[in-house]
Design a protein around this ligand. Structure first.
Ligand code: NAI
Ligand code: MG
Length: 405
């Protein structure tokens, strides 16, 4: 296979910190790639009025694979206030570069695996019937529709003219909001298309079939949100017929958030629209260690971008010795390796992470349940770099890179 070129987009804050560790771990496996850095994030918003410059879009268009750290986002007014003086008042409006990237490349399939590492002190535990402590193994993969629904920005405050007239054609609007002054109304739409819904459902079923999962759980709210969740549920029932070995379960998002703290081991593949997928994936991430462990892939037909689900954690960004957990970023790099058909390298890294966690000698502050701060390393927490080193030691300790490929 030709050496792939990967567009690295460290972004802001701890995005830059964890990216370095992921690249070091990739190197340690012997993975051969060219890396080009793509500009993204707050600095580019401030200096250019665009946090996702066209040159970065072009790099992704050319090379197809991106590895992304995290960016800092701020509300509209705050963002406008931080623009460089020569750009102020010229009509620049801040928009999230991640959402922008997903929309531009139609990265409509978001995959967020959440699995327990044995020995992780952050694993979910519960009390059993006999009062004993149980630690169920979570092995869930969330398929989140990534481009539609509530995240599209098809929304209005104070809807006027034709938009307001259109709303008034709906009986329920007239019944519930008919007497509310227009200036007191804000509307965010939740639009689903059959095409994108089918793609995320099929991706979920394919993954279940290919990886030995017995069920796909649709996590929406079809009994209430009848048109969008309802359409998704009906389509899921049709598609399930093509996968007789896989059961389709239907849970409502609210009930699911309760069930996942009772019997998380029951679930396999979960599929949901954009908003509910985001919610349920954070819920499951909390059971396996939280943001330091939550990785993701954003897949389109042509381009794929891999990223941890955490943000830029600005308060930890400028520590002389970085303290954040790089595992979510490193696991995202593993998903990239799988995508590039380098699954044996990905497996080696995951095995190394598992060994470091099981050993329990090297733990970042989150794993020690410390409050983050510059002195956590003094109190026994591993730094970001030390966690990277520990993983690299295991990756290379199993033999030379070549021996394992
Ligand atoms: P955040 O994910 O950056 O941080 C929340 C808290 O989670 C941190 O204070 C820290 O305690 C913990 N945390 C996050 N990553 C960790 C890691 N690798 N290891 C250990 N602990 C970790 O979310 P927050 O504070 O809500 O947002 C900060 C900035 O990041 C905002 O500007 C926000 O818009 C942006 N953001 C960007 C995302 C992205 O780039 N994909 C996603 C979420 C937020
Ligand atoms: Mg989220």
């Amino acid at each position: 296979m030709n050496k792939p070129t990967i567009v690295t987009m460290p972004g802001d804050g701890i995005g830059r910190v964890v990216m370095q560790e992921a690249l070091r771990v990739l190197d340690a496996t012997g993975f051969k790639a060219n890396y080009v850095e793509g500009d993204i994030g707050w600095d580019f918003w401030c200096s250019e009025g665009n946090p996702l410059p066209d040159r970065t879009i072009r790099l992704l268009e050319e090379h197809k694979v991106g590895l992304f750290g995290a960016i800092t986002s701020k509300p509209k007014e705050e963002a406008a206030a931080e623009l460089s003086p020569d750009l102020k008042g010229k009509g620049f409006v801040y928009a999230s570069p991640i959402v922008g990237m997903r929309q531009h490349f139609d990265l409509d399939i978001c995959i967020r695996p959440c699995h327990t590492y044995k020995g992780n002190p952050l694993n979910f535990i519960r009390r059993g019937a006999a009062g004993d402590v149980e630690e169920p193994v979570v092995d869930v993969v969330i398929f989140r529709q990534n481009t539609e629904g509530l995240y599209c920005g098809v929304e209005w405050s104070y809807p006027d003219g034709i938009v307001y007239e259109a709303l008034r054609t709906h009986n329920n609007f007239v019944k519930n909001f008919g007497n509310v002054p227009r200036e007191e109304i804000a509307v965010s739409t939740r639009i689903f298309t059959r095409k994108a819904t089918e793609r995320i459902l099929r991706a979920a079923f394919e993954h279940a079939a290919g990886n030995g999962y017995k069920s796909v759980t649709l996590c929406e709210k079809p009994n209430v949100i009848r048109e969008t969740s309802g359409m998704m549920y009906n389509m899921a029932r049709q598609i399930q017929k093509e996968y007789p070995g896989i059961e389709l379960w239907n849970t409502n998002i609210d009930a699911q958030m309760m069930w996942l703290t009772k019997n998380p081991e029951e679930y396999g593949v979960i599929v949901a629209g954009n908003m509910f997928g985001d919610i349920v994936s954070d819920g499951f991430a909390g059971l396996i260690g939280g943001l330091g462990f939550a990785c993701s892939a954003n897949l389109g037909r042509d381009v794929a971008v891999f990223e941890p689900t955490h943000g830029s954690a600005p308060k930890y960004a400028d520590y002389p010795v970085p303290i954040v957990n790089p595992i979510a970023m490193i696991e995202s790099a593993c998903m990239m390796l799988d995508h590039l058909q380098e699954s044996s390298l990905a497996a080696r890294i995951r095995k190394a992470i598992a060994a470091v966690i099981l050993e329990g000698r090297v733990r970042t502050y989150d794993m020690l349940k410390m409050k983050g701060g510059p002195d956590v390393v003094k109190h026994g927490a591993a730094s970001t770099r030390e966690m990277g080193d520990a993983i690299i030691e295991k990756v290379t300790g199993d033999g030379t890179p070549e021996a394992n490929v």
